[in-house]
Design a protein around this ligand. Sequence first.
Ligand code: HAM
Length: 429
Amino acid sequence: MQGKALPGFRDFYPDALALRNHIFATWRSVARRYGFEEYDGPPLEPLDLYTQKSGEEIVQQLYAFRDKGDRDVALRPEMTPSLARMVGARAQALKKPIRWFSIPQLFRYERQQRGRLREHFQLNMDLIGEGGPLADAELIAAAVDILRAFGFGPEHVQARISDRRVLKALLLGRGLTEAQLPIAFGAIDRTEREQPAAVESRLVQAGVATAQAKAVLETASLRGLDAVVAALAKVQGGADAAEPLREVCGALDAMGLGAFAQVDLTIVRGLAYYTGTVFELFDTGKTLRAICGGGRYDDLLEQIAGVDLPCAGFGMGDVVLGELLKERAVAVPAPAALDAFLVAVSGEDVLPVIRLAHRFRDRGLAVEYALKPQAVRKQIELAVARGAPRAVIVGPDERKAGIAVVRDLRAGTETPVPLAELEEGGWTK
Ligand code: HAM
């Protein structure tokens, strides 16, 4: 025995894979409803695609190594830099706005815990070439609609929305400098995980004056569009900064999704490249980390591909979502079961059974038969264990009479059906 899979990596047994497939199918169907096309990129990328652009946290979690050609490479920890490169390379030719989605497997060397693994699958939906707030609202709506498609309501999940332009205006207005903003954003990102006093002392240690450190915490505690707009009214450039957030909220209301959304300035996002609207979806019980996160990143394409195109998007992982679905015991469609199990009564019936089975398979029916001669009782046992609704029993007497017996395994009834009829139309006739 070779022991277990690596920590944080999953074996997908059929029932686990059925859940994963159900998640993927729902993701694809909602993405399609929003007119998104599917793409993919390579799982292994040049290391520097991430070291410059993704931000400190993700870089520390990279699975990185030197390959046999002496290249520094990394397993992709996120999809956004690959997407930026791919779109950048064909930016002229692609019709804007580009609506693309992907379901990559991603790798991060994280401390393993509930909802956090070292590999996960992540739906990415990104809208490129449109800088307005309706694009942001469209993405938040798509994320919410995925949760709705799984049966969640506003009592179960909430989108918490913020805007880095708003945070910037408020923080500059309270005396922070432009250079201190990354430190302040990092501190705000930690307010969920750390005590306010710890966050404040971290800021002070980083050179932020105590009054400004307090201002950072006060800003992060603002909740609701009205409170944010009121705070913005007091700072220079505040009215302009408020506009996109106001429009995002207005659009979500018009879509009938207002109950799913709340303005919450603790959301800033850990990744370095966000420039505007940022959002995360959480379960209202807040037992788990974010189900999904994303936002606007208008400078990344310029940095990676030298192309000036505004972008926004989000990533939604399968792990947190899977936990929530299990918690709520959401029914997962069973993987396709057999249409029939074919039973050979004697050794001589094996070849006629195989012949019939392949006729059925050619017609798209799912059938199985025993792979070696076995007692009829054993074959029926396996048929029942497989969940087959019926057994098609072929024996010497039946063959002589040109028939097979179709046994309904649930009702226990038996019907003789001419073999010719079975071959042409099956038992459904
Ligand atoms: P992220 O916040 O790092 O964003 O990840 C998005 C989501 O992926 C998280 O909310 C979580 O559901 C899931 N996730 C992340 N790390 C793990 C993990 N170790 N185990 C399980 N699930 C995880 C991004 O990756 C951005 N690139 C998203 C984006 C796309 N922004 C714009 N476009």
